[in-house]
Design a protein around this ligand. Structure first.
Ligand SMILES: [Zn+2]
Length: 326
């Protein structure tokens, strides 16, 4: 089969890549749509030590396995794969499995290929009225929902979402529907124009004061300077939620992550919350109900045959999400 393969920091299109074999409890999907954004670019560049086929988010048709219920069905899936047996899995925290794998990111091949193997229990059937272009966002919407649930919004807090990538743009739509005063800070006028369309407050990241007056800052930048800015925006005893994997997770001396001084967290007693994954089924439901606009986040459509150019397009600063059809 054709597959985009990343190895030692470089990606290439392979035309005779072996079709994945389904292990016990797994299904083989024929991929009908895949998404690429910054995370795929970083995985392909070897940032998380990844080797193989990148691509976390996809839609496919169950070709092999899946049982009577899902055979031949169009599905999306949670990319987080757990063992089901370790102490955390049996305690009801499979997302934090000790042997966790993540499709296209950690130990498993992803969706930038013609076929992908996924555990059957991770699959969620896509309703007929949700097309592939929208369904491919189910995991991202689920992840944004997870952030809103972790925050337990009470009163009418002031919330800033940092970052105008797809995760920031989805998260701000979801938070704006809750009882909150929400704004997004980004860098690109085309992306901020989407907030305008949705009736969501937005500012250029360089145009805001660092007044330490926000109750909650949600960092979707995935960059160390995002956390640094979050610390200057949040009020004492406020909360910072990190929604993106940081692209330079290097420790540089005591109290510093990627060169960021963390002492303001201590001095202002700020709560720092990590947020990982979310429910794909819940994300899909929100998309089906039309409560989040994902179609506007598609910046480009490409074919798998475009090969490494997919990653170059997804990595360009103006890009939000590139959708790939095999
Ligand atoms: Zn486990």
């Amino acid at each position: 089969m054709r597959a985009l393969v990343a190895e030692r920091g470089a990606a290439r299109l392979e035309r005779r890549h072996p079709v994945p074999a389904a292990r016990e409890g797994e299904a083989i999907l024929r991929v009908t749509r895949a998404a690429a954004s910054r995370l795929e670019v970083e995985a392909a560049s070897g940032l998380f030590g990844f080797t193989g086929v990148p691509g976390c988010d996809g839609v496919g048709v169950v070709e092999t396995g899946g049982g009577r219920k899902l055979a031949g069905k169009r599905v999306v899936f949670s990319p987080v794969v757990s063992c089901g047996r370790c102490a955390l899995c049996t305690r009801g925290l499979p997302v934090h499995c000790r042997k966790r794998e993540v499709t296209g990111l950690l130990g498993r091949d992803g969706v930038l290929a013609e076929r992908v193997a996924v555990p059957t229990r991770n699959l969620v059937e896509v309703p007929e009225n949700v097309d592939d272009d929208r369904a491919v966002f189910a995991h991202a919407v689920g992840a944004a929902l997870q952030a809103s649930r972790q925050l337990r919004i009470e009163g009418k807090p002031y919330i800033t979402v940092l970052g105008d990538g797809h995760l920031g743009l989805i998260t701000v739509q979801i938070l704006a529907r809750l009882n909150a005063s929400v704004r997004l800070l980004g860098r690109f006028s085309e992306k901020l124009a989407l907030c305008e369309k949705w009736g969501v407050k937005h500012r250029h990241i360089d145009d805001v004061g660092r007044r330490a007056d926000q109750d909650i800052v949600v960092d979707c930048t995935g960059a160390p300077d995002g956390l640094e800015l979050a610390m200057r925006l949040v009020r004492p005893r406020g909360k910072i939620l990190l929604k993106s994997l940081m692209s330079q997770p290097t420790l540089q001396g005591a109290g510093a992550v990627g060169g960021v001084d963390l002492s303001p967290l201590v001095a202002s007693e700020v709560e720092l919350i990590g947020s990982f994954g979310g429910s794909v089924a819940d994300g899909l439901r929100l998309i089906e109900q039309g409560r989040v606009d994902v179609v506007s986040l598609i910046t480009r459509r490409m074919r798998l045959d475009d090969g490494p150019a997919i990653l170059r397009a997804a990595g360009s600063p103006e890009s939000i999400r590139v959708l790939v059809t095999p």
